[in-house]
Design a protein around this ligand. Structure first.
Ligand SMILES: [Zn+2]
Length: 202
């Protein structure tokens, strides 16, 4: 059986935090993108790996961070803004007074998961106002490419573990409601569909 050791102290290695807010001369200002609402066929697609960390891809990640904070949410995946690329952003810091520490991950992958599980009441920016308990591995080891193109690997527990698994699922066309019973999933889908229609009319 595999277990993580001392997960909490390794949750937020400081060198992994991105300084998106600093601004670089070649980047235009970040902008908030609109979030797709379920049901949408783009939320069911398997996303393509990022092969080149172009300015466009970095800008996408910066915009996603802006969009996530504005929502507000703790994570966002590229397909939620209509881009079918393997890019996620997250900031699962619980302390509202803490300095924001957004992470952007390109081609993230869960490489190991604990046997131990955790239950969180999950929601999704693409399924507004709907929440349900989902059971997932409590701790995960995630591998990804950072914004400088370097491979990274780290262990995550607590809310971070749940958020990263939820966002990585998005890259495979999977939503948190796919873990629920068909009946619950249909109920939430109907409510989301209704809200989507109301917003379209507004
Ligand atoms: Zn989501």
């Amino acid at each position: 059986m595999w277990r993580f050791r001392d997960v909490t102290s390794r949750l937020h290695p400081p060198d992994l935090h991105l300084q998106w807010m600093g601004g670089s001369p070649k980047c235009s200002p970040m902008s908030v993108r609109s979030i797709l609402i379920h049901p949408d066929p783009r939320l069911k697609k398997v996303c393509a790996p990022v092969s080149d960390l172009s300015d466009e891809v970095r800008m996408l990640a910066a915009d996603m961070i802006e969009t996530m904070y504005e929502a507000p949410g703790v994570g966002l995946a590229a397909p939620q803004v209509g881009v079918l690329s393997r890019v996620i952003v997250a900031d699962a810091e619980k302390d509202p007074d803490a300095t924001p520490k957004p992470m952007a991950m390109f081609n993230p992958e869960v490489v190991l998961a604990s046997d131990e599980t955790n239950v969180y009441e999950e929601g999704c920016l693409s399924i507004p106002d709907q929440y349900a308990e989902v059971t997932r591995p409590a701790e995960v080891r995630v591998a990804w490419i950072d914004r400088d193109g370097n491979p990274q690997e780290a262990e995550f527990g607590g809310l971070w573990a749940t958020v990263l698994q939820h966002e990585i699922d998005h890259l495979n066309g999977k939503l948190f409601i796919d873990y629920l019973s068909a009946m619950k999933r249909q109920l939430i889908t109907r409510k989301s569909q209704k809200l989507k229609r109301e917003r379209a009319r507004a």
